[in-house]
Write a protein that binds this ligand. Structure first.
Ligand code: ZN
Length: 158
């Protein structure tokens, strides 16, 4: 049986820094195996029941993948599509194309700028503190569509 699960989470990196949280906002809702959350978290929540609070560790390889050194490149400042002063840590789209990757500035040395096109969480082992708000069996329609239809399954998709 595949379930629709609703949960709150706080995501931390290995140093304990909070990367993201749903606290104070809407909880996340997903269909098991539907691809709405990362697989490494989905598979580790399969036994979690409503009300459960648990700490889930997902290694980088099962989250956003390993960090790929080939995605780090040095370019000339003048070749970049952004004006103004660049700062290390700044992120921007690498081109006009809507599929252009988001890159992160990792170093600036005079006219040379080093950009990293990896996902910002590539290579990072993730720890999720999860509180399961609700869990129920998916409806036939949700299974057919591959996504949840709201907390009670009666909602319509867009
Ligand atoms: Zn639907």
């Amino acid at each position: 049986m595949r379930r629709v699960v609703t949960f709150h989470y706080t995501l931390r990196d290995p140093s304990g820094r909070v990367l993201d949280t749903s606290a104070g906002g809407e909880p996340i809702i997903y269909l098991e195996g539907g691809g709405q959350i990362i697989d490494g978290l989905d598979t580790r929540l399969r036994a979690a029941v409503a009300g459960a609070k648990l700490r889930v560790q997902v290694p980088a390889a099962e989250a956003y993948g390993a960090h790929d050194a080939a995605q780090v490149q040095k370019v000339k400042r003048a070749a970049l599509p952004v004006g103004g002063e660049l700062k290390v840590g700044e992120q921007f789209k690498a081109g006009e194309d809507r599929y252009a990757p988001v890159v992160t500035v990792v170093a600036i040395d005079g006219d040379d700028v080093t950009l990293d096109a990896n996902h910002p969480l590539a290579g990072v082992d993730l720890t999720f503190e999860v509180e399961v708000v609700a869990a129920r069996a998916a409806t036939a329609e949700e299974l057919q569509h591959g996504h949840p239809h709201g907390a009670d399954g009666a909602g319509h998709c867009h």
